[in-house]
Design a binder for this molecule. Structure first.
Ligand code: 13P
Length: 257
């Protein structure tokens, strides 16, 4: 039996104004008030962070950003720093999400700078990896994921790696309604765990949580999260609604091991 604690994140992407975000956070807080064994994180858009933090302060829900820049401050229009996220109440930050990679062109070496900066400033990176459909069809899934991991996690120290969360999100499953089957997900999760072992040693690698993301819903959450090496979920669409997100969190609680 492993000692990993399940972690379920809600990536709200570019949805919800501050007032909408506050009411979703409020509804969620009530629904998950008794959940103890699952780490719960919500990642709203930047303008929502401070008011949502006010709403969830003292609850069992933690806050995360969806991106960061690796410099402390400066003339970087449109970017936010790790310190800003911390001060806004974040404990987590999503790094290298597939939409950052494929819509905004983020590269593995840039993602690496973000991972290291987040860790250096005491934010837990939720580091995302995953292959596109043509890559899967060409049998390149492991090659792509390994490259993303080896470059993205380069020069991360052993002590820093303890705080890492990895999210495996096959790009073809994101927002499509077509989730990876539990077997497909478990296979890549085992591979991710193996690479973590090569990077950080086996002992540490088994403590690092690996979330699955891509069309997770209340109806498939149990099946996915009960697989070996799946330590939670990173949820997009279904996290926007407090009721469906709470149902996924409760699935994680049921399969918590
Ligand atoms: P969906 O759950 O909407 O497929 O999104 C997954 C995701 O990208 C979470 O980061």
């Amino acid at each position: 039996m492993s000692k990993r604690r399940m972690i379920v994140g809600g990536n709200w992407k570019m949805f919800k104004t501050p007032s909408e975000a506050i009411s979703t956070a409020k509804a969620l807080k009530v629904k998950v008030i008794n959940v103890q064994d699952v780490e719960i994180v919500i990642c709203p858009p930047f303008p929502d962070l401070v008011p949502v933090h006010e709403m969830i302060k003292g609850s069992n829900i933690k806050l995360g950003g969806q991106n960061l820049y690796w410099e402390d401050q400066g003339a970087f229009t449109g970017e936010v720093s790790a310190r800003m996220l911390k001060d806004a109440g974040c404990d987590y930050v999503i790094v290298g999400h597939s939409e950052r990679r494929h819509v905004f062109g983020e590269q593995n070496h840039e993602i690496n700078k973000k991972v290291r900066k987040a860790l250096a400033e005491g934010l837990t990176p939720i580091f995302c990896v995953g292959e596109k459909i043509d890559e899967r069809k060409s049998g390149l899934t492991e090659k792509i994921v390994e490259e993303q991991m080896r470059t993205g996690l380069a020069e991360v120290s052993l002590s820093a790696a303890e705080d890492l969360v990895v999210a495996y999100e096959p790009v073809w499953a994101i927002g499509t309604g077509e989730n990876a089957t539990p077997d497909q997900a478990a296979e890549v999760h085992a591979f991710v765990r193996r690479i973590l072992g090569e990077l950080f040693g086996e002992e540490l690698s088994i403590t690092i949580r690996i979330q699955y993301g891509g069309s997770v819903k209340p109806a498939n959450a149990d099946q996915l999260m009960s697989q070996n090496n799946i330590d939670g979920a990173l949820v997009g669409g279904a996290s926007l609604d407090a009721e469906s997100f709470a149902a996924i969190i409760k699935s994680a609680e049921n399969v918590a091991r």
